[in-house]
Design a binder for this molecule. Structure first.
Ligand SMILES: Cc1cc2nc3c(=O)[nH]c(=O)nc-3n(C[C@H](O)[C@H](O)[C@H](O)COP(=O)(O)OP(=O)(O)OC[C@H]3O[C@@H](n4cnc5c(N)ncnc54)[C@H](O)[C@@H]3O)c2cc1C
Length: 247
């Protein structure tokens, strides 16, 4: 594990396959020789153009720590530089550069226990998916509530894994928040995350969260954390990962 990405060496990674998840998010499965990550960590990715121009961005690792291939969930931003490259140019068999795994704060291990409150906005689901997968594999008895917000039901990635028949194992509960149009599930609120909604979801869940992980755009994470602190949650129990942007 490294917290100082500038010291970590770049390594080649092969894009083994690409799978669309939503109209704007695809999974990119990478094979590399990077060390095994912890759930919640990210990679730095570097692209080099034929003229030598380089661009690098960070992407959370969505796969479970023990997975053979590292899965990145990349959302296409139309006015972006790197994410459109992944969606429009990158192909299976291509080699890119990666370094990591990076991040020592936004991680969860079975020994950390729970109850766990996981709050994701858009592509911010990526590191929380790794935590959901790690919890299912190593500590399925730990109560976890995932609150996953996206514009529409179709914009939620990995819907079957998170909301499908096999997903609710008793200790794991997933709630979808859709801000433009309702989800087909009656328990999912069709509205934006705010303090009143969080208070209602937490009361229904019935477990005071010991660890909170919130990930998404700056504005989304800010809204989630200020609502949680207003509910009386200890700020030290809240870990955040901010992806940038305002959406
Ligand atoms: C630790 C970390 C982990 C990350 N993990 C992921 C991940 O798993 N999946 C993923 O898709 N992205 C992730 N990101 C964001 C990613 O690093 C890039 O910022 C993102 O892909 C945009 O890059 P770009 O080159 O396409 O856009 P840029 O050319 O960098 O930006 C284009 C425009 O989009 C705005 N913008 C940048 N980010 C966002 C955003 N998140 N939402 C809305 N607008 C934005 C910029 O302000 C700018 O106006 C992560 C960021 C961090 C710091």
């Amino acid at each position: 594990m490294s917290d100082s990405p500038r010291n970590a060496p770049w390594q080649p990674a092969e894009i083994v396959r690409i799978e669309p998840r939503t109209p704007r998010i695809s999974s990119f499965f990478l094979r590399s020789a990077l060390p095994r990550p912890l759930a919640g960590q990210h990679l730095d990715v570097r692209l080099t153009a034929p003229d030598g121009y380089q661009a690098q961005r960070s992407y959370s690792i969505a796969s479970a720590p023990g997975a053979e291939l590292a899965e990145l969930l990349i959302e296409k931003l139309d006015d972006g530089e790197v994410s459109p490259y992944f969606h429009e140019v990158a192909q299976a068999g291509d080699t890119i550069e990666v370094r990591g795994p990076i991040g020592g704060h936004f991680v969860w291990r079975a020994a950390d226990g729970g109850p766990l409150l996981l709050i994701a906005g858009g592509s911010g689901i990526a590191p929380l998916l790794a935590i959901v997968r790690e919890r299912a594999a190593t500590a399925p008895e730990v109560p976890a509530l995932l609150v996953y917000s996206a514009r529409t039901w179709d914009d939620l990635a990995w819907r079957d894994e998170l909301f499908g028949a096999g997903a609710d194992t008793g200790a794991f509960t997933a709630i979808a928040l859709t801000t433009r149009g309702a989800s087909p599930r009656p328990q999912d609120p069709a509205r934006r995350l705010d303090g009143a909604l969080l208070a209602d979801l937490l009361a229904r869940w019935g477990h005071p969260p010991r660890h909170v992980y919130a990930c998404g755009s700056n504005v989304f994470v800010e809204a989630a954390t200020s609502a949680l602190v207003a509910q009386g949650l200890e700020p030290a129990s809240i870990r955040t990962e901010r992806y940038g942007g305002a959406g």
